[in-house]
Design a protein around this ligand. Structure first.
Ligand SMILES: [Zn+2]
Length: 314
């Protein structure tokens, strides 16, 4: 036999074997590919279904909350004989917002208790006390994780919710207008996601007269104006923001004295809802009792109708 021919035959056989292996591999790949793709598709459909369930349950919760909210806002009005006329539309900022619009408080001091920096570990205590005394207040909140129930409680129990920046970090909030706008968007979105409310109420960290801004405050104020957001400062301070917060007794005495002395019928009281401000919680029941005992004082939540109290107005 010709050795050269023999070699060629062997090479030819080897080529055929390689080709056969490649064809088998390709066929196996083509068979496996659809199976793999089907499995991937099934996993993705599964996760989309789970997400859909999540969204559906969130929508159901929001619907239920809206029903409770409308129901609760009507309840005190029907209970109180001679109370304000129920209105058809519900304020976005406070369930009792209509009350101020229709009730005549002329000659009265309208006192607005406001709590900054929450939610905190004390929010539930503050809300319990307010509920016990049937008082509505205003919470200027920051963006905090793990407090969804507190944000919800504030709104469901008829209090006003306002923004106090997301981060409360002066370097970020007041770095420049873009940074201010981004921080504002974050807190507005957080409140909307949790409570369903589109918040249009703001309190500047440090107040509009703060000395920590790195940009003209006029720019921030103009930005809020354009967005249709009203901001509130205060004309009475509880003194609970000091490095050494006042004692409960001091807070009660200071606030009551200032409420008496302030030359305005609109009195916005600055208090804090923050870890480390235990004395504010302790002061609250006595403070409410003393304020309620003043004949010409009515305690209200801030609404769209509330007269503005602002330190700086360019
Ligand atoms: Zn603050």
């Amino acid at each position: 036999m010709d050795p050269a021919k023999d070699n060629r035959t062997t090479e030819h056989k080897q080529r055929i074997r390689r080709l056969r292996k490649m064809i088998i591999a390709a066929a196996a790949f083509l068979l496996i590919l659809p199976t793999v793709l089907s499995v991937v598709a099934l996993v993705r459909i599964g996760s989309m279904n789970a997400r859909l369930d999540e969204i559906t349950s969130l929508l159901n919760t929001m619907n239920a909350n809206m029903n409770i909210s409308v129901h609760e806002s009507d309840e005190p009005k029907s209970r109180a004989a001679g109370g304000p006329t129920p209105l058809q539309e519900k304020s976005l900022n406070a369930a009792d917002g209509e009350a101020e619009a229709v009730q005549d408080y002329s000659g009265m001091k309208k006192v607005y208790l406001t709590f900054d920096d929450g939610p905190s570990k004390y929010t539930d205590d503050i809300l319990d006390i307010l509920a016990e005394y049937d008082v509505k207040a205003t919470f200027f909140v920051n963006g905090r994780e793990g407090f969804d129930a507190e944000y919800m409680r504030i709104t469901l129990e008829g209090h006003s919710i306002g923004m106090h920046s997301y981060s409360h970090a002066y370097d970020k909030v007041y770095a420049d207008l873009d940074s201010f706008a981004e921080d504002l968007y974050d807190i507005q979105q957080l409140i909307k996601d949790i409570t369903g409310q589109y918040c249009r109420l703001y309190r500047f960290p440090g107040g509009s007269s703060n000395a920590v801004h790195h940009m003209p405050m006029a720019e921030c104020i103009e930005y809020l104006d354009v967005k249709g957001i009203r901001y509130f400062d205060w004309n009475v301070s509880g003194g609970d923001a000091m490095a050494e917060p006042h004692s409960a007794t001091q807070i009660v005495n200071d606030v009551c004295a200032q409420v008496r002395a302030v030359g305005s019928d609109t009195v916005v009281v600055l208090l804090h809802d923050a870890a480390g401000k235990r004395s504010t919680v302790e002061a609250l029941p006595v403070l409410i009792e003393k304020l309620k005992a003043m004949d010409d004082v009515v305690l209200l939540p801030i609404t769209d109708e509330t007269e503005l109290i602002q330190h700086v107005r360019p």
